[in-house]
Design a protein around this ligand. Structure first.
Ligand SMILES: [Mg+2]
Length: 175
C-alpha cells in the first residue's frame, strides 16, 4: 500500500509567522491546527514539514537555533499525540540558487522519495504562492491558505483560509 502525506509549510501555516523565528518562545500555533492535524492523521496522512529558513543563509541565526525551534514544535505536537513524520528545511540564501528553496521542489522530492510517498495522493499546504509552485513542480496537489480570492490559476488549487477548513474539504473525498 502506498503512503500519502500532507506536506506542511511551517511559518504562516502551522505557526504564526513572526518573521525569522529563531527561539522556541516564538512558536505560536495558529488556531485550529491541533484539531486539523489530528484529523489528517485519522485520515491516514503522514505529516511532513517543508520550510524555507533563509535566516540561516542570511546570517540571522544558526542551523542549531532552527533545529531547536523545530524540536520544540515537534514536542508540542507530540504532547497532543501528533507525531510528525519529518521536518525538512532549506537553509540557503535566495542568491545561492539551490534546488531546495521553495518554489524549487527539492525538499518535497526528497521527502517523497525518503518516505516512499505517492505524490498524486498527497497535498502540500502553504500560505504563499511559492508553496503552490513547489507543490506543482513535485506533482503534489497544492493547497493555498488565503483569505483572498486568487482563483486565476489554470491548475486546480484548493484555496481555504485555514488548515482546519482544508480537513473539511478533503473529508468528502473518496480515499
Ligand atoms: Mg509560510
Amino acid at each position: 500500500m502506498t503512503k500519502r502525506a500532507v506536506f506542511l509549510d511551517r511559518d504562516g501555516t502551522l505557526i504564526v509567522d513572526h518573521g525569522y523565528i529563531h527561539k522556541p518562545s516564538q512558536v505560536e500555533l495558529l488556531p485550529g491546527v491541533i484539531e486539523a492535524l489530528i484529523k489528517l492523521k485519522t485520515f491516514g496522512f503522514e505529516l511532513i514539514i517543508i520550510s524555507n529558513q533563509s535566516g540561516i543563509g542570511r546570517g540571522f541565526f544558526t542551523k542549531k537555533e532552527v533545529d531547536h525551534v523545530n524540536q520544540h514544535l515537534y514536542n508540542l505536537l507530540i504532547s497532543h499525540k501528533i507525531k510528525l513524520t519529518g521536518i525538512y528545511y532549506c537553509p540557503h540564501h535566495p542568491d545561492d540558487k539551490c534546488t531546495c528553496r521553495k518554489p524549487e521542489p527539492g525538499l518535497l522530492l526528497q521527502a517523497l522519495s525518503e518516505h516512499k510517498i505517492d505524490a498524486k495522493k498527497s497535498y502540500f499546504v502553504g500560505d504563499k504562492l511559492t508553496d503552490v509552485q513547489a507543490a506543482i513542480a513535485a506533482g503534489v496537489q497544492p493547497v493555498l491558505l488565503s483569505r483572498d480570492n486568487v482563483s486565476t490559476h489554470t491548475i486546480p488549487i484548493i484555496i481555504v483560509d485555514s488548515l482546519l477548513k482544508f480537513t473539511k474539504v478533503i473529508k468528502q473525498e473518496d480515499f
